[in-house]
Design a protein around this ligand. Structure first.
Ligand code: GSH
Length: 225
């Protein structure tokens, strides 16, 4: 268990699903932390020095020591503050949780980004490919309230990216990537997430978030012209 006198600082960005994951984990554990909002278009010396490899947020500074990459940070938090465990205890269940977490980041996120970044037939293909991946998550949710089982766990925290980034981005893109008729389990799971106080507290406010996503997409379009 961690010592009492400790400094926990999160270099994050309010609209980032990766940064929000870390906030959810710290809040779930009841760990007080300082949030330092970062400008990812003009990176601070502290961010560059703390994450010289990827130069990305989020970075957790624990007593001055930096930890990068949201999945690594979540595991670090779970190892350091052992109350309210995030990962399951059983080794097989832990491995399975890590497997689905990587699936969300390496497959769903990467494919969904093409829905945002592509146009025409390429966009349509990306929508189909994202749906094919989400069908696998849909299957995982049958008979469960959360991806972690009866309560919120590691995969749920990671997959908030689907619930509160992808399912908001689709409103801005104007293509329903996750229609309720096709994904009733995912929609039920999003409702369950919204019943969890920590989630309600830690997700970006919807209107501001939609404005941010809209503005970011415009700037991406301008850059690709
Ligand atoms: N794999 C990273 C992804 C983090 C990420 O994509 N961060 C974005 C903000 S949402 C960032 O810092 N972007 C700055 C850049 O790409 O230069 C994680 O899980 O922490």
């Amino acid at each position: 268990m961690a010592e009492r006198s400790e400094e926990v600082k999160l270099l994050g960005m309010w609209a980032s699903p990766f940064s929000r994951r870390v906030e959810i984990a710290l809040t779930l554990k009841g760990v007080p932390y300082e949030f330092s909002e970062q400008d990812i278009t003009n990176k601070s010396p502290l961010l560059l020095q703390s994450n010289p490899v990827h130069k990305m947020i989020p970075v957790l500074l624990h007593n001055g020591k930096p930890i990068s990459e949201s999945l690594v940070i979540l595991e670090y938090i779970d190892d350091t503050w052992q109350n309210n465990p995030i990962l399951p205890q059983d080794p097989y269940d832990r491995a399975t949780a890590r497997f689905w977490a990587r699936f969300v980041d390496e497959q769903v996120y990467v494919t969904a980004m093409k829905v945002v970044g592509k146009v025409g037939e390429e966009k349509d293909a990306a929508v189909e490919a994202t749906r094919d991946l989400l069908k696998l998550l849909e299957k995982e949710l049958v008979g469960k309230d959360f991806l972690g089982g009866e309560s919120l766990g590691f995969v749920d925290i990671v997959a908030t990216l689907v619930a509160f980034w992808l399912m908001r981005t689709e409103e801005v893109v104007g293509v329903k990537v996750v229609p309720v008729e096709m994904f009733p389990e995912i929609h039920r799971w999003v409702k369950n997430l919204l019943d969890v106080d920590v989630i309600k507290k830690c997700i970006p406010p919807e209107d501001e978030h939609l404005d941010y996503i809209r503005a970011r997409m415009e700037s991406l379009k301008l850059k690709s012209v």
